[in-house]
Design a protein around this ligand. Structure first.
Ligand SMILES: Cc1cc2nc3c(=O)[nH]c(=O)nc-3n(C[C@H](O)[C@H](O)[C@H](O)COP(=O)(O)OP(=O)(O)OC[C@H]3O[C@@H](n4cnc5c(N)ncnc54)[C@H](O)[C@@H]3O)c2cc1C
Length: 396
């Protein structure tokens, strides 16, 4: 057990910041959690329901094994929090695939990574009979469902060791005498021995993180009062998804788009989402029958779709000029980031934040260390310097 000073400042109280606050509070850290907004104003909390579900990449066993552990962890956590049906329903997720993709997925990934009881093959006939969808194989994943983003984050930060301070927009920081000092836009200052940025793509605006390559990916979801025909409880997903009966609403979508700053719900996206809704629910509905009600948001996406979690190098720009040993790399002391969750924050962040909390607490297991080496935010600079392979087998 380490004896270092157990104070931490966390910037951003979405799922990344709230999960980390929870994990560090449990390890007896005094946590100050800052957000530029009140909880009622946090943009991402306007989303009625976030899906928890495993997602796999062909040819990426490390990612697939992480996904498997993370979805189970998020599933168990919602169980522990004992939500009512209006805040979370964990009844599993059915994903639809073409024949050959389903076969490859089962053979190359699921049968190797998952327990037999974690998923179920659903034949074309069964999918047709139950959902009236043609020509698709279904795979049912047990560790899936949806949660209210607002409710899960509020629950995570209800701990005596966490002090949540809204309406504090962090704009700069400095390090001295083994303490981090952050300055907020309203002139307030806070100090702690550890500092973690969990503020999504906004962290690129901070000087020390200019090198962190995060893109904004716009998305829109829609909802309408639940229709009788979509009376099944589980989520169903193809290229888009349908979450049935989120407190009386069917939530469906979602769209993906780069380089679009439009904050308003768009008719084009609404039409795309309605197409998804018609296919997955079987309800014949036209855009004139209902209003374009929903939410627009942005995801923070990394170039390889794998989150950025851990310490950041002090010198990533010069790194490729000086090939050295992995042990010579200089890291910002006690400064961490926890971001780049793309479309999967509610599945991945609770588990990954647990690994990060162990790292901050200097109590990480070899498995947690492997995971964090894989997710390190400076991995691309390290790869360019020819040190990535060493990083994946060595301590950093
Ligand atoms: C349309 C759409 C649908 C989605 N559906 C799902 C889904 O079904 N399941 C899923 O897992 N994910 C979904 N996502 C993605 C999910 O919302 C993200 O993965 C998740 O929000 C990332 O969490 P985060 O904590 O990293 O960032 P955020 O939730 O964005 O939190 C960042 C926080 O930082 C605060 N902040 C920013 N800058 C500062 C500053 N300078 N000072 C202080 N505070 C600051 C913000 O106010 C905010 O509260 C969806 C996204 C979109 C756009």
């Amino acid at each position: 057990m380490s004896t270092h000073d157990k104070t931490v400042l966390i910037v951003g109280s979405g799922i990344a910041g709230s999960s980390l606050a929870y994990q560090l509070a449990k390890r007896n850290y005094q946590v100050t959690l800052l957000d530029e907004n009140n909880q009622d104003e946090i943009e991402i909390f306007k989303n009625k329901a976030a899906i928890i579900s495993p997602h796999f990449m062909l040819n990426n066993p490390k990612y697939n094994s992480l996904m498997n552990m993370a979805s189970k962890y998020a599933y168990d956590l919602t169980g522990e929090f004992n939500y009512s049906k209006k805040d979370a329903v964990m009844e599993g997720v059915i994903k639809l695939y073409d024949n050959d993709v389903a076969d490859r997925l089962i053979k190359n990934i699921l049968s190797i990574t998952l327990e037999k009881t974690d998923f179920k093959y659903l034949s074309k006939d069964l999918i047709k009979k139950k959902y009236d969808i043609d020509n698709k194989i279904g795979i049912y994943f047990k560790y899936g469902g949806w949660v209210s983003p607002h409710k899960i984050c509020s629950k995570l930060i209800k701990h005596k060791n966490i002090k949540f301070i809204p309406k504090r927009k962090v704009k700069e920081m400095a390090y001295g005498k083994k303490l981090w000092l952050v300055y907020c836009e309203d002139s307030n200052e806070f100090t702690a021995s550890n500092l973690v940025f969990c503020n999504s793509f906004a962290l690129s605006k901070t000087k020390l993180f200019n090198d962190v390559d995060l893109k904004k990916n716009r998305g829109q979801i829609n909802w309408l009062p639940s229709k009788k025909k979509s009376a099944h409880k589980e989520i169903i997903s193809d290229s888009g998804y349908l979450i049935p009966d989120v407190s009386g609403y069917d939530v469906f979508g979602s769209t993906y788009e780069r380089d679009n700053e439009n904050k308003n719900l768009s008719m084009t996206d609404f039409e795309k989402n309605l197409k998804t809704y018609r296919k997955l629910s079987g309800n014949e509905i036209e855009k004139n029958d209902t209003s374009n009600t929903g939410w627009v948001g942005w995801r923070a996406v990394t170039p390889d779709r794998i989150p950025y979690v851990g310490q950041v190098l002090k010198e990533s720009k010069e790194l490729n000029k000086i090939p050295r040993s992995i042990k010579d790399l200089k890291w910002h002391p006690n400064l961490f980031i926890n971001t780049g969750y793309g479309s999967r924050g509610y599945t991945l962040a609770p588990f990954i934040s647990k690994c990060l909390a162990s790292m901050i607490d200097e109590s990480q297991t070899p498995d947690e260390q492997n995971i964090l080496n894989y997710l390190n935010p400076s991995r691309n600079s390290i790869k360019k310097a020819g040190l990535r392979k060493k990083m994946l087998v060595n301590l950093i």
